[in-house]
Design a protein around this ligand. Structure first.
Ligand code: GCB
Length: 601
């Protein structure tokens, strides 16, 4: 799905700001029918949970309503008018006036409606958006809703981050001409010094397609006609990690000799391949250094904020990080656009987290039920998961920063049924995007000798907590067990391995001279221990620490105001480990830059 942009034929207005806001109650009939009966105003974009000083809102399970009016620009007469919601977590329904125009399930991907018939140029329209945060065994991510003896509905879930909800990303109104571009797909490759750009354009009606590739200075370097084709750029300037050079593909629809619509896609020319135990970007082995992150900050919850995003990227750059994983859901498109421009490498993950009843059995009680069964994660769950994969790839396929899809985090991978559940999803992802490698993030019970999924994927991503959840505080044993395991994966599969999670909860300001779990020194020592092992294993081609920053979770006895495995606190102050990582990663980046200079001189 194309992101709305302004061009000479398109305009958009952001509907960010304050919207009327109310919880759904049984006695609130048709909230869209008139002005919402409330004095509350909620900021968009933001999760609503922590904005108000109100327990009921914080804990609400079910629908909430947002409403505002907007005047359709007078100049949009004769244009199509589209309303787009970047994300409604986890289900959204949209009304214009009292007409329902859109419904969407899936909390982290956009949806839109053509509302031309209801949006007369110059007129004011009332937009009401319902958002539902309920998670069941058939949603992605899954959850369980119970009603207690007081009639209170409670949401539980198996993922370790707070179930923030609401309109956490922008809502947009935009115009397109009647004949307009509906989709553009770009895939790039590198052949010697030549950059290859394959493109495909879809349009709302038959029209002549003319595409021009412009370099970063705006100079036209190639031109082609037709709705699909190949452009070759001799001596192409490549998109590289650390140097996000972007061309622009200008797509024109022409009919009757006149320009109907123009859309522009940033294009980073690069190749991605897995060969043996190497991950190659432009034919060069790439080592992932960075983090699993969250969209998480105080007050806003998962709400998108440019200041926080830029600050997080600045801190990653300060540390010499070159990559991150969008754990555990698709992030706002702005993250990927920034990563494209700045040469940051992204592993892009679906929201399929928590498909695992066996995980954390000790904390959640004994588990006797199977994860993949008709009463738990079943055909409907799988269909929702497939839809999540479709929407992720449709949204993010053109971003050069995205080098790999992760279709799930820590599913049950050792049980009967896991393979049957995942095989069709892997096939679907490969069909939708044959150009990018695929992975999934594995949890430790899926070992190299019993995991039933790893061979379906191109890269082995492991989340490991030796020295933390197992052998807590014992880094000698952690080092031994980690090394034994990684050697097992290396020998059994011969595929590249990225450690997509490792880390320790750490209370900023707690210090110790002995190996004391939760201290800043312990977090640093644990990371050093892991790094020693990584440096001894050839197949390890990446280290992404869990987590970039402390983040909010549901309440529980193992979480003190959230998960504290951040290398930064929730307000982004460095713990000692940040300095340790900075020393390691900036040295690695300098060594890579040195070898690159040597090989090009
Ligand atoms: C994991 C999960 C992540 C948790 C983390 C932890 O394996 O993938 O979502 O937050 O462990 O800290 O327990």
């Amino acid at each position: 799905m194309l992101k709305p942009i302004s061009t000479s034929t398109r305009e958009q207005i952001l509907l960010d700001g304050l919207w009327l806001f109310a919880l759904d109650t049984p006695d609130r009939p048709e909230p869209w029918g008139s002005v919402l009966d409330t004095r509350r105003e909620a900021p968009v974009p933001a999760s609503y949970n922590d904005v108000f000083a109100d327990q009921e809102i914080h804990d609400h399970v079910g629908w909430v309503w947002y409403q505002r009016t907007v005047r359709v620009p007078r100049g949009w007469s004769g244009e199509r008018v589209i309303l787009r919601v970047d994300a409604a977590t986890h289900e959204g329904v949209v009304y214009v006036g009292d007409r329902r125009v859109a419904h969407h399930i899936g909390g982290y991907t956009p949806f839109e409606a053509d509302i031309t018939d209801l949006a007369e140029a110059g007129a004011e329209i009332r937009i009401t958006i319902g958002v539902n945060n309920e998670l069941t065994n058939e949603t992605i991510p899954p959850g369980t809703i119970t009603t207690d003896e007081f009639g209170r509905r409670k949401q539980t879930y198996r993922h370790d981050f707070y179930n923030y909800a609401g309109l956490a990303r922008s809502v947009r109104l935009y115009s397109v001409p009647t004949v307009h571009v509906t989709d553009v797909t770009v895939a790039t490759d590198v052949e010697g010094a030549t950059g290859v750009v394959d493109y495909r354009v879809e349009a709302s009606a038959a029209a002549q397609v003319v595409v021009r590739l412009r370099d970063a200075a705006g100079v036209e370097v190639a031109r082609a006609e037709g709705d699909a084709g190949r452009i070759e750029v001799t001596d192409a300037e490549l998109w590289r990690p650390g140097r996000g050079y972007l061309y622009t593909l200008e797509v024109d629809l022409v009919a009757g000799g006149a320009l109907q619509d123009r859309y522009e896609v940033p294009v980073g020319i690069r190749s991605v391949r897995v060969e043996g135990a190497r991950f190659l970007i432009n034919g060069e082995p790439f080592f992932f250094r960075g983090f699993g992150k969250h969209e998480d900050s105080a007050i806003r919850g998962r709400g998108f904020d440019n200041a926080i995003m830029v600050h997080d990227f600045a801190l990653m750059e300060w540390m010499g990080a070159n990559s991150f994983r969008t754990s555990h859901y698709p992030y706002a498109e702005e993250f990927l656009e920034y990563a494209d421009r700045h040469g940051i490498v992204v592993i892009d993950e679906t929201a399929a987290v928590g498909l695992n009843l066996g995980l954390g059995g000790g904390f959640h009680g004994r588990v006797t039920e199977k994860s993949f069964s008709p009463t738990m994660f079943n055909d409907n769950t799988q269909a929702a998961h497939a839809q999540g994969i479709r929407e992720l790839i449709a949204r993010d396929k053109n971003h050069p920063s995205v080098v790999m899809w992760s279709i799930t985090n820590e599913p049950e991978s050792v049980e009967d049924g896991a393979r049957e559940y995942f095989e069709p999803l892997v096939a679907l992802a490969r069909e939708l995007d044959p150009t990018r490698p695929l992975t999934y993030a594995n949890e430790y019970r899926g070992q190299f000798h019993n995991d039933r999924l790893a061979d379906l994927f191109d890269v082995i991503c492991l989340n490991r907590y030796y020295g933390w959840y197992m052998e807590t505080g014992d880094l000698v044993m952690a080092e031994h067990r980690l090394e034994t395991e990684l050697r097992g994966w290396q020998t059994t599969f011969g595929k590249p391995i990225i450690i997509t999670e490792y880390g320790a909860d750490t209370l900023a300001g707690l210090h110790a001279v002995t190996t004391q779990a939760w201290s800043e020194e312990f977090q640093t020592s644990l990371l050093q221990t892991y790094h020693r092992v990584f440096d001894r294993i050839d197949a390890v081609i990446g280290e992404q620490v869990w987590n970039f920053a402390d983040f909010q979770t549901s309440q529980g006895v193992i979480r003190v105001d959230g998960n504290k495995k951040g290398v930064f606190t929730r307000d982004r102050r460095p713990k000692a480990a940040a300095h340790e990582l900075r020393a390691r990663w900036t040295a690695a980046a300098a060594a890579e830059a040195g070898s690159e200079t040597a090989s090009t001189s």
